[in-house]
Design a protein around this ligand. Structure first.
Ligand SMILES: Nc1ncnc2c1ncn2[C@@H]1O[C@H](COP(=O)(O)OP(=O)(O)OP(=O)(O)O)[C@@H](O)[C@H]1O
Ligand SMILES: [Mg+2]
Length: 245
């Protein structure tokens, strides 16, 4: 189970790569478990950058991020797997890494594959999977590790509409877990998220003295998206990337 006390708090967050060309600025939020946050905005608006800052891979140019989370996991937009290893193995290894015996890991992995409608290709090697199957496998493998913070960068960006919809159809499996943050252009992916962090507003440029409230918005698309106070857990963040093993 993910730590339901996990929390990521950003205060006064701002970032630029080119001096004073702010991607976003004066941005504060609390990310809490059992919410699925969409990070939206046009290409270049800073979605991946914000994920990196949330993960702690990148320090913001200004502001602070406090993480109370033991495990942070990424899924990148291009699925990475071991070509000859089976789909089942990819997920079972996540359970073995948590101390499961092989047989129990296989059973748990099969359950997880079923949640993502992948039971039919459990014994297929990764190299034989379609793009949509491979991306769903990455999500299943990530979820199998029960991360406190699950960061997913453009899960449907490389997929055609039909295949993207196969992936979107299983996204609801991510709800009710730890903190899930999905960078996406895809309105279908956004629609399954409980909250939206929208970078699509005006991008502040060169040392704007305007208030930053128009730069970024964090909004809610459904009921129950207020950000409940969650007690803090240990601040011992570690980061695992969903790369090939
Ligand atoms: N390490 C870096 N050094 C300099 N500029 C960078 C760096 N990383 C990103 N950028 C620039 O910052 C801006 C935001 O990049 P980012 O990748 O966060 O955008 P994005 O919203 O994820 O875009 P996309 O939808 O295309 O993935 C872009 O203009 C990008 O070129
Ligand atoms: Mg990106």
């Amino acid at each position: 189970m993910p730590n339901l006390d996990a929390r990521v708090t950003a205060q006064g967050l701002g970032h630029w790569f080119v001096h004073d060309h702010w991607l976003f600025r004066d941005f504060s939020f609390d990310l809490v478990p059992q919410h699925v946050y969409a990070v939206t905005g046009p290409s270049g608006s800073g979605k991946s950058t914000l994920l990196s800052i949330i993960a702690g891979w990148l320090g913001p140019s200004e502001g602070t991020v406090t993480r109370h989370a033991d495990t942070i996991r990424w899924v990148f937009q291009n699925p990475h797997g071991v070509p000859r290893r089976t789909a089942l193995d990819h997920v079972a290894l996540a359970y073995i890494g948590q101390g499961f015996k092989r047989k129990d890991a296989d059973l748990a992995a099969m359950d997880m594959l079923t949640r993502f409608h992948l039971e039919g290709i459990a014994d297929s090697p990764f190299a034989a999977l379609s793009g949509g199957e491979a991306q769903r496998l990455m999500l299943a493998r990530g979820l199998a590790t029960s991360p406190d913070v699950f960061l997913i960068d453009e899960p449907t960006a490389q997929l055609d509409r039909t295949t993207a919809d196969e992936v979107n159809a299983v996204m609801s499996s991510l709800a009710g877990q730890g903190i899930v943050v999905i960078a996406t252009h895809d309105p279908h992916t956004r629609a399954m998220c409980s909250d939206v962090i929208d970078l699509a507003g005006e991008v502040a440029h060169s040392d704007s003295s305007e208030p930053a409230s128009n730069v970024l918005g964090i909004g809610a698309e459904s009921e129950g998206v207020s950000h409940p106070a969650v007690p803090s857990g240990p601040d011992t963040s570690s980061v695992f990337a969903e790369q090939s093993t």
